[in-house]
Design a protein around this ligand. Structure first.
Ligand code: SF4
Length: 338
């Protein structure tokens, strides 16, 4: 249990004209102050919905049906909307993948940065202006004072993402949730944004949850990792546990589909064949059953228990049971096969 953020058995569904989609099927994890947690998985694995559930930013047809999200001991799920509004953008801030959808194209960047400072921190106009300039400088925007007067379209994609990070940091959040913050950017800019996030962690001790499908990004910045599949966490542990001792076939598959610069010339990357489970009818047993080459009879019938591999490292796979057959673990990073 963590005193900072503790998510307990959160289940989130969307109600559509075709029925209920169980996007998150019971997710639990903790995050300590100053830690960086990576959440990895493919599209539809439930990683973004988990974060939107924490922030209470689900679409109108989405609902957290069960569970609790304890942030510094208070349950965000049952909190009044007025109290939640005070937390959003203040103690907890979020960065999205596409800054253009979050920035107001008709308002100068300076005004957008000053607004939360005026609302949440009661700053005067001058104080907010000076703090906004300071924030733009912090995220590496050159000539920050003169750029305050500019509109979002006058910034490049990478610079806009920096503005978003500055906005998210404006009220000194204790927790920053970043949803695929580098996906839309080219590799050089990606690296710069990750450096800024590392800096934030080191200088401000901000806790960060980083949602990504990129295991390389996770290795670079995270302390621990949750691997999600089919709306569930299937493996969690410290970064080294996940990289050097993964214990779930889906994690192995992710590893094999990651480019490894040491072997790239000789080895082929392996996609994970098949489709994710139908969340209108979540499978009774293991969500990865249909795509898993190690699947056994029990996997189809019974959801795997979480096996503790070592302290803080858990994997939901029957292969970790002492009665399961021993299988050869593929190497990581596309090293398994020619
Ligand atoms: Fe594969 Fe069975 Fe493990 Fe699921 S529980 S990942 S189907 S071996």
């Amino acid at each position: 249990m963590s005193d900072f953020l503790q998510v307990n058995n959160v289940k989130t569904s969307f109600f559509t004209q075709f029925g209920e989609v169980q996007a998150v099927g019971g997710v639990s994890f903790g995050l300590n102050s100053g830690e960086v947690l990576g959440i990895v998985g493919e599209s539809g694995s439930g990683k973004s919905v988990t974060m939107l559930s924490i922030m209470r930013l689900l679409d109108d047809n989405g609902k957290v049906k069960e569970g609790e999200v304890l942030f510094e001991g208070k349950d965000l799920v049952t909190m009044s909307e007025a109290d939640m509004c005070k937390i959003r953008g203040d103690a907890i801030a979020m960065i999205f993948q596409d800054p253009m959808t979050c920035l107001n194209p008709l308002m100068t960047v300076g005004k957008q940065l000053m607004e939360p400072l005026r609302i949440h921190k009661n700053m005067s106009k001058d104080e907010a202006f000076n703090r906004a300039v300071e924030l733009l400088g912090l995220v590496g925007i050159p000539s920050p004072k003169s750029r305050m007067k500019q509109y979002p379209h006058e910034f490049s994609g990478g610079m806009r993402q920096r503005v978003m990070i500055a906005m998210a940091l404006s009220c000194n959040p204790k927790l920053l949730i970043a949803d695929e913050p580098t996906t839309a950017l080219d590799v050089t800019i990606q690296a710069q944004i990750l450096e800024i996030m590392k800096d934030i962690k080191n200088k401000l001790n901000t806790s960060i949850i980083l949602i990504t499908h990129d295991l390389g990004v996770v290795a670079d910045i995270c302390d621990k990792v949750n691997v999600m599949y089919g709306g569930l966490i299937v493996e969690s542990g410290a970064v080294n546990d996940i990289y050097y001792n993964p214990k779930h076939p889906y994690t192995w598959g992710l590893m094999e589909s990651v480019p490894n610069p040491n072997t790239l010339a000789k080895k082929r990357l392996k996609p994970i064949d098949g489709q994710p489970p139908d969340l209108f009818k979540p499978p009774k047993g293991c969500p990865f059953y249909a795509r898993c080459k190690y699947a056994m009879k029990v996997c189809q019938e019974k959801r795997p228990a979480f096996y503790e591999i070592s302290k803080g490292h858990k994997a939901a796979c029957w292969l970790n049971d002492e009665r399961a057959p021993k299988v050869e673990v593929p190497l990581k990073g596309g090293e398994a096969d020619e």
